[in-house]
Design a protein around this ligand. Sequence first.
Ligand code: MG
Length: 377
Amino acid sequence: MTTAAIIVAAGRGRRAGGETPKQWRALASRRVVDWTLDRFRLPEITHIVLVLSPDDDPAWEEFGATDLLLAKGGTERADSVRNGLQALAGRGVTRVLIHDVARPCVTAALIRTVIQALDSHDAAAPGLVVTDALWSGADGFVEGTRDRAGLFAAQTPQGFDYDLICAAHEVRSGEAADDVEVARAAGIKVAIVPGEADNLKITRAEDFARAERVLRRDMDVRLGNGYDVHRFGPGDHVILCGCRIPHGRGLQGHSDADVGMHAVTDAIYGALAQGDIGRHFPPSDPQWKGAASEIFLAHAVSLAGNMGYHIANIDCTLVCEHPKIGPHAADMQTEMARIMGLTSDQVSIKATTSERLGFTGREEGIAALATACLVRS
Ligand code: MG
């Protein structure tokens, strides 16, 4: 499956006030368009099409020099989307996400939810259940109420089978509120996935302040480092980053002596300012004797979640002459990612020797260093 994204940025956005269309206006130190594009720079997404107004000359020059595909905006939104779909023709794209540039607070989690829903549906889009009472009104007075049962507020990104949405846009002309409307007119069933309250569409002037609050909260980033050492002793294997590696000696320690996993665990505790493994799992407590270090790492990850953070990435360096880490690094990445609920590309495991210097060089033990980056969820 090859997934592409189309970011529709050709609107003039006059309702948001100001002379400049909203996508080019500053939001938390960057432009709206920059925030939105960055949200779609995910390993799962192979192509990003930016649909621009023919009038936005400097943007054509600026983005023409990047890896983005560009498409020309049309008179109606549907024309812009159609041009964006055509820009993907012949590129082997099987699924496409269509997103409004004015929703810069969309999260990677929501984008992935829509992509995953396309595994079992031809189309999927986020919607928020309407929970507020609904009124009709005129001249500042309530004129009636509306039944909210079964109503959803539609969001983007809206995801589709590429060929089906292309065909739907081919036969449909004229105005459509969104691509779900175009898809449904062609008989495509659209699954609803849960939207996010913070995935707001910047429409009015005051929406900038709300979007900025959401984005600045996301910028609550914490770093932690971890360092650990275990000495060699008798044995026929070591456990490193969750992987059992045959070796002429074992590592000694109270638990399974997984020096790499301990360093990563301490990096997470460090980012949270919550001490270290010894504080949460005292070595004086016999229940942790010989324990699988996975327990410690899983605890640190769940503590991060409880404190409102998720792990953005982990980097771990093992320092040893032997065993050679390279052949096992990919397995270690997979195993560490599994325990932490991350994807492998969020976990780096690498190794170095110390040029036969010091205790690691004399092969008396293995050291490990780790860095963890945590972001507020
Ligand atoms: Mg340790």
